[in-house]
Structures are given as C-alpha cells and as structure tokens.
Design a protein around this ligand. Structure first.
Ligand code: SF4
Length: 80
C-alpha cells in the first residue's frame, strides 16, 4: 500500500497530522510534510505505508478537507 500526497493542493489544516505520524506540520510552508516520501512529480510525494499503519494512512486521507491525500493498494487501485 502506498500514499500519494499532492502538496500543492494541501492548505495546511493539519487534520492528517492527528491521524498518521507520517504527516508532520511544516509551519514555515503552511503545509504538511510526508516523512520518508519521494517527490515523484512536482509537489507530488509518494511513500510506501509501513505494515500496521494502513488504517492510520486511510484515516489521514479521509480527514483531508481538500483531498490532497490518496491511498493505493499494491495493485495500484485507489482505496481512498
Ligand atoms: S489534512 Fe490535507 S490540507 Fe490539511 S495538512 Fe493534511 S494534507 Fe494538508
């Protein structure tokens, strides 16, 4: 399972930070940072979800008011 984070869309509401430790507040930018992620495209960050953190990642995605977080299974199917 992996997460795509569209940091350009992020408006820094930080609900995701409360749901999953991988999301951290970046108060300088007014946006979240996704720990351990790689920038796959401009402002699009991708990270593999560690075992046991799948639920937290899904809750983070659901909590985002601007849908900046998407969760995909290993087949590339979007699950959130
Ligand atoms: S919940 Fe969405 S808008 Fe808020 S910080 Fe997280 S990714 Fe950004």
């Amino acid at each position: 399972m992996y997460v795509e984070f569209d940091r350009d869309t992020c408006v820094g509401m930080f609900q995701c930070v409360a749901e999953w430790d991988a999301f951290e507040k970046n108060l300088n930018d007014g946006k979240a940072d996704l720990a351990g992620s790689e920038e796959e495209d401009e402002d699009l960050f991708v990270v593999e979800v560690p075992d046991g953190e799948e639920l937290d990642a899904k809750f983070a995605a659901r909590s985002c008011p601007v849908d900046a977080i998407e969760v995909y299974d290993d087949d590339g199917e979007q699950v959130v």
